[in-house]
Design a protein around this ligand. Structure first.
Ligand SMILES: Nc1ncnc2c1ncn2[C@@H]1O[C@H](COP(=O)(O)OP(=O)(O)O)[C@@H](O)[C@H]1O
Ligand SMILES: CC(C)(COP(=O)(O)O)[C@@H](O)C(=O)NCCC(=O)O
Length: 423
């Protein structure tokens, strides 16, 4: 690997250290800024490397859609015996062309020959990286890196994990730190563009048990269609001011009150968007109501699938991550409520501060051996049998049908452990 190295340390891989998660909507970049640079290293640090370090750490906005989430910065972190800070940066995946131009312009391409990358875009954009900036991608699986990132973040940040106290009373529920030092087993629900649900039994022992295509991308897409908004932030702002009860049909709209026999209270949603077939109801709803109903619909559906997965696996901790939860306390509180209420208090919804960055973080943490393996073997999307039976996918959409069901659940699929985790 030292051929690639400009700033080569005896202790590990060349700087700069990045992990990149190229998702369906957002690209996440985690950058390790060394803070223990000795005077000798400073003398040897190449100009380009110094410029990249300064560019990334002195700014918090880059190009059209790039942002550094300064509130998430982790200081005083030791990785491969180097002490430094972790910076968390995101941009729209549709801006990949601009990112590559910027990388070229900043001289990155001369300095870095290999980038550790995960997410679907590590496959989709591999050729663009090679052709446009002469960079190789060392590809890692997004679910492997997701778990590695979560465990690392929790170990290094005592307030990483939290839950909502008084989850049953949404208006009163409050964020509280949760001790996640004994994490296993847990259900992991990654709400990105789509949703993947895993049962995690150990650091290297998990299976993907379910998923749904109704995820963060669905919320944003539907909200843009229904309200004319153009950004996630705007969609969430609208939703915060709206009322789903003007859009949905509630149990009380059907029963005139509670449906007592099965414990369904009158204010429960019986049918999402169920009032919108009536002309005058349609005319009286606001954009805010529609945004709120869209958020509640998507969130409740995810909560319901997650709860069934937890029940099936007999696991009581359900951890929700992914950028759908960014600046989105409505969904977090609803999910916390759903876990608590529908399980009669036996399940707990948990959340993590670095919500959408764990894949990129896990990618940055890959060590030399794994990096070499990723480069040499490559991860492909063919049906190579899994070499590690503990990373299985019991389900996840049926590749043999062109119109898969909305939820791909382990329970109605043969348990085929010979599939690799990337179908
Ligand atoms: N600034 C943003 N732009 C677009 N989507 C955002 C933004 N912030 C949060 N989101 C939400 O996060 C989802 C993407 O989550 P993420 O975990 O990054 O998934 P992916 O890896 O598929 O891009 C979007 O579908 C949207 O619901
Ligand atoms: C294909 C994906 C793993 C991609 O991850 P993402 O970029 O959405 O985070 C995810 O969108 C997903 O699991 N979708 C649901 C597919 C299904 O099980 O129906």
């Amino acid at each position: 690997m030292c051929d690639d190295i400009i700033f080569c340390t005896k202790l590990g891989r060349a700087m700069p250290w990045f992990g990149m998660d190229i998702g369906g909507t957002l690209t996440k970049l985690v950058y390790f800024e060394p803070k223990d640079i000795t005077p000798d290293e400073q003398d040897r640090e190449a100009g380009i490397l110094r410029n990249i370090r300064r560019y990334l750490t002195k700014n918090s906005a880059y190009g059209k859609t790039g942002h550094r989430d300064t509130h998430l910065q982790m200081d005083n972190v030791v990785i491969r015996k180097r002490r430094g800070s972790l910076h968390f940066i995101r941009f729209q995946t549709t801006d990949m062309g601009n990112f590559l131009s910027l990388a070229k312009q900043k001289g990155m391409a001369e300095l870095v020959t290999t980038v550790c990358a995960t997410g679907g875009g590590a496959f989709k954009f591999e050729k663009d990286f090679r052709d446009q900036v002469n960079m190789k991608l060392a590809k890692f699986d997004e679910l492997d890196t997701l778990i590695k990132g979560i465990l690392f973040a929790d170990m290094h940040n005592s307030t990483e994990c939290y839950y909502y106290e008084n989850a049953r009373e949404i208006l009163k529920s409050e964020k509280r730190a949760f001790n996640f030092s004994q994490p296993f087993p847990f259900i992991l629900v990654n709400v990105g563009s789509g949703v993947s649900i895993l049962a995690v039994y150990g650091p290297d022992n998990y299976k993907r048990i379910s998923g749904t295509s109704l995820g963060g991308g669905t919320f944003l897409g539907l909200c843009c269609l229904l309200t004319g908004c153009t950004t996630f932030e705007e969609a969430i702002q609208l939703a915060t001011k709206g009322d789903n009860r003007k859009v949905d049909k509630l149990v009380r709209d059907i029963y005139g009150g509670d449906y007592n026999r099965f414990g369904l209270t009158g204010d429960l949603v019986a049918s999402s968007f169920g009032q919108m077939h009536m002309t005058e109801k349609r005319q009286s709803v606001s954009r805010e109501d529609l945004a709120n109903a869209t958020l509640v619909t998507i969130t409740n559906n995810i909560g319901s699938i997650a709860r069934m997965c937890a029940l099936n696996e007999k696991i009581d901790k359900v951890v929700f991550v992914g950028n759908f939860l960014r600046v989105n306390p409505i969904s977090m509180k609803l999910l916390a409520y759903a876990m608590e209420f529908w399980s009669n208090g036996t399940m707990k919804g948990l959340f993590l501060e670095h919500e959408g960055y764990f894949g990129a973080l896990g990618c940055l943490l890959q060590f030399n051996g794994e990096l070499a393996a990723a480069l040499n073997e490559g991860l492909d999307h063919s049906n190579t049998p899994s070499t590690n039976p503990t990373h299985t996918t019991d389900a996840g959409g049926d590749p043999s049908t062109s119109s898969p069901s909305l939820t791909s659940d382990a329970s109605d699929k043969p348990n085929d452990n010979t599939n690799s985790s990337s179908r």
